[in-house]
Design a binder for this molecule. Structure first.
Ligand SMILES: Cc1ncc(COP(=O)(O)O)c(C=O)c1O
Ligand SMILES: [Zn+2]
Length: 394
């Protein structure tokens, strides 16, 4: 048994549909709710977990997302598929902040240089444990790179479907860890449809965002880690670059779990979703007062992770934005690229365009008075600019 396989009981109780509430047992591989085809959430016995696992115990554990092991689904006797994910720095902004108390959670330090590693470490661990051998994912880039790496580490096959114009770095990194890469003339939704058509015949397990229950469990550790790094006082505002929305949804789940565990109080940050103006289905739905988001046609942006014209978790994202009294902001590509250099020179970080979008959104939210001076704001830089060199060619 390795050092990550802690001696603790599994607190995962069952899976529950996020839309109709139908209960599913977790002991076999599954994707969406069998009744209404919406995402499933992992539900834990938090009373028992809270009694056995105190937040003070964390100080003695390794700097990895697996330090929250009791709140993760993998049984304690099973070794996780890990490449050292999580435990990323929360940096105080030096100059970009103006009169805001600004912090940057730098997720580019994860394996494969993006926060997608968190979701894939947990989801690949569970898929392997439950017997999957071939894993398939549609990806805008970084999720594919992460799945490819974790599948290789697990000794499983990875089938990655990406739009043909995905950044070259993402395509090469998948091939170099022996994934099967298929480039599609279309968007991530077309990639997902191709997997949907072929997966039964090919024996692939579908690892699409929110179409299996455990990527969001890995992503929720963003919320646990943030609370721990903020000494269990959540910030006033979170800005999150939103494609499929797993990180936003996962963090919100983590906040509820931590409150049930007695680790944090009732206060929640105002959650802001940041999208590209060329692909802003959630922003449009938020502004129109809708509870789901229609597909965004002719989606285009250099922030490939934000080029998600339709998200299966749209209703969950919109509910969180409204419940938290937050909002949704669309950012032009030119602004993202321009602000990247500003963040680079003021903070020493070469952020991904998705992360850069949040810095631009911060300016407009401060300008419009939606963020007040002195408020504590956390921006998620979800990836590294180094994978997007073509965006900076001119
Ligand atoms: C760097 C980066 N940021 C943000 C996102 C959007 O993440 P999510 O799908 O969790 O909303 C992606 C997705 O590909 C990404 O690669
Ligand atoms: Zn359902």
């Amino acid at each position: 048994m390795g050092k990550n396989a802690l001696h603790c009981r599994v607190f995962l109780s069952h899976l529950e549909c996020t839309a109709c509430g139908l209960r599913h047992e977790w002991h076999h591989l599954q994707n969406l709710c069998t009744a209404c085809h919406k995402p499933l959430f992992a539900i834990y016995d938090l009373d028992a977990a809270g009694r056995m696992f105190k937040r003070e115990a964390l100080a003695r554990r390794e700097k990895s997302l697996w330090r929250y092991r009791e709140l993760l689904p993998l049984p304690p006797s099973v070794e996780p598929v890990s490449l050292g994910e999580g435990g990323t720095p929360l940096l105080r902004a030096q100059k970009f902040n103006g009169d805001i108390d600004l912090w940057i959670k730098d997720e580019s330090l994860n394996p494969t240089q993006s926060f997608k590693a968190r979701g894939m470490s947990v989801a690949v661990s569970m898929a392997k444990y439950l017997g999957a051998t071939k894993l398939a994912v549609p990806s805008a880039g970084n999720a594919g790179g992460a799945l490819a790496a974790y599948a290789a580490r697990a000794g499983l096959e990875a089938y990655i479907f990406m739009p043909r114009d995905t950044p070259r770095a993402n395509i090469v990194e998948c091939s170099e860890v022996s994934a099967h890469v298929t480039l599609i003339d279309g968007l991530i939704t077309d990639c997902g449809a191709e997997i949907g058509r072929r997966k039964t015949k090919e024996g692939w397990f579908d690892m699409s965002t929110l179409k299996e229950p455990y990527r969001v469990e890995g992503k929720k550790t963003l919320g646990y880690e943030l609370a721990e790094q903020c000494d269990w006082q959540l910030p006033d505002v979170i800005l999150y670059p939103t494609g499929g929305g797993t990180g936003l949804i996962g963090m919100w789940k983590a906040f509820d779990e931590m409150e049930a565990l007695g680790w944090i109080g009732k206060k929640r940050p105002r959650m802001f979703c940041v999208q590209a103006a060329g692909c802003a289905p959630i922003v449009r739905a938020f502004e129109n007062g809708n509870s789901t988001a229609a597909e965004f046609s002719e989606a285009h942006t250099c922030a490939s992770g934000l080029r998600v014209p339709k998200a299966i978790g749209d209703f969950l994202i919109l509910k969180i934005l409204r419940q938290s009294n937050g909002g949704a902001v669309a950012v032009d590509d030119e602004e993202m690229i321009r602000v990247t250099r500003e963040v680079g020179s003021s903070e020493g970080l070469f952020v991904a365009p998705e992360g850069a979008a949040c810095f631009t959104a911060l300016k407009s939210l401060c300008h419009s008075g939606k963020i007040a001076s002195g408020e504590r704001v956390v921006i998620f830089n979800t990836g590294s600019g180094i994978k997007y060199l073509a965006c900076y060619d001119s």
